[in-house]
Write a protein that binds this ligand. Structure first.
Ligand SMILES: *Cc1c(COP(=O)(O)O)cnc(C)c1O
Length: 231
């Protein structure tokens, strides 16, 4: 039977091969294991195989896991990658290390205000609605700079880069969207320097294409933990 450890190894090999193919260093690419809907035992298996970064989509599910696993898996880095509601920001500010899905000033301000004083800054990415679909969250590409400026002056959160969930229609469209994200990312680096080091894109199906276009965090769920039951 194929284990989570095997699947992690396979995923690392995919990352390594893609990095080599596109002349990038594999160390520049962080694997985020997306554990939403999966039991704690799966997270422990991945942790024991050396995985440290985990992504969750639902605030409460992630907080529960974070609290229950605090002793067994002490140096997990929890990333929030789901849609944000302002009545949930306190739980996020208190429990997570990263948020990938900032899409408005109010949420950014609340996260900064609610970050506990003794915690290091919360790392954040701006989510970009790169496909322009009305159903997708994220800011329009033309709004990125304005939101980045706003986040820059908040004391307790640190802007690290951009995140996108592209349309999954066809490869040509996908490739175009990844390219646009890469350009936006380069603009942001130009504006703010090396503090901007994170481009969060690529999932189980398309991590190679994302790595080709400069991704530094690939968010991989089903390729590590198996398919999820439909919601
Ligand atoms: C679920 C999810 C993923 C992982 O998707 P897989 O196709 O299972 O790899 C990545 N990013 C986000 C935002 C997700 O919600």
């Amino acid at each position: 039977m194929i284990t989570i450890t095997d699947r992690l190894t396979q995923t690392f090999n995919r990352i390594k091969l893609a990095a080599e193919k596109f002349q990038r260093s594999p160390e520049q690419i962080c694997l985020l294991a997306v554990s939403k809907t999966k039991p704690n035992s799966d997270i422990v298996s991945a942790y024991n195989a050396g995985q440290r970064h985990f992504g969750e989509n639902y605030v409460q599910e992630g907080v529960n896991k974070c609290l229950v696993l605090a002793n067994e898996c002490p140096d997990i880095r929890w990333h929030f990658i789901g849609p944000l509601q302002s009545n949930k920001t306190r739980d996020i500010a208190q429990n997570y290390h990263w948020v990938h899905t900032i899409d408005r000033e109010k949420i950014a301000r609340r996260l900064s205000d609610q970050r506990p004083p003794l915690h290091p800054n919360l790392n954040v990415c701006i989510q970009v609605n790169i496909s322009g679909e009305a159903s997708k969250s994220g800011v329009a590409p033309s709004e990125v700079v304005k939101l980045a400026q706003y986040i820059q002056q908040l004391p307790n959160i640190t802007l690290r880069g951009l995140m996108a969930i592209p349309s999954n229609k066809d490869d040509i469209k996908l490739c175009h969207e990844f390219k646009q994200m890469q350009q936006l990312f380069e603009q942001l680096i130009h504006e703010y320097g090396t503090q901007i080091d994170t481009l969060s894109m690529g999932m189980s199906q398309d991590l190679e294409l994302a790595i080709e276009h400069g991704s530094t965090i690939v968010r991989v769920g089903s390729a590590i933990f198996g398919s999820r039951a439909p919601k």
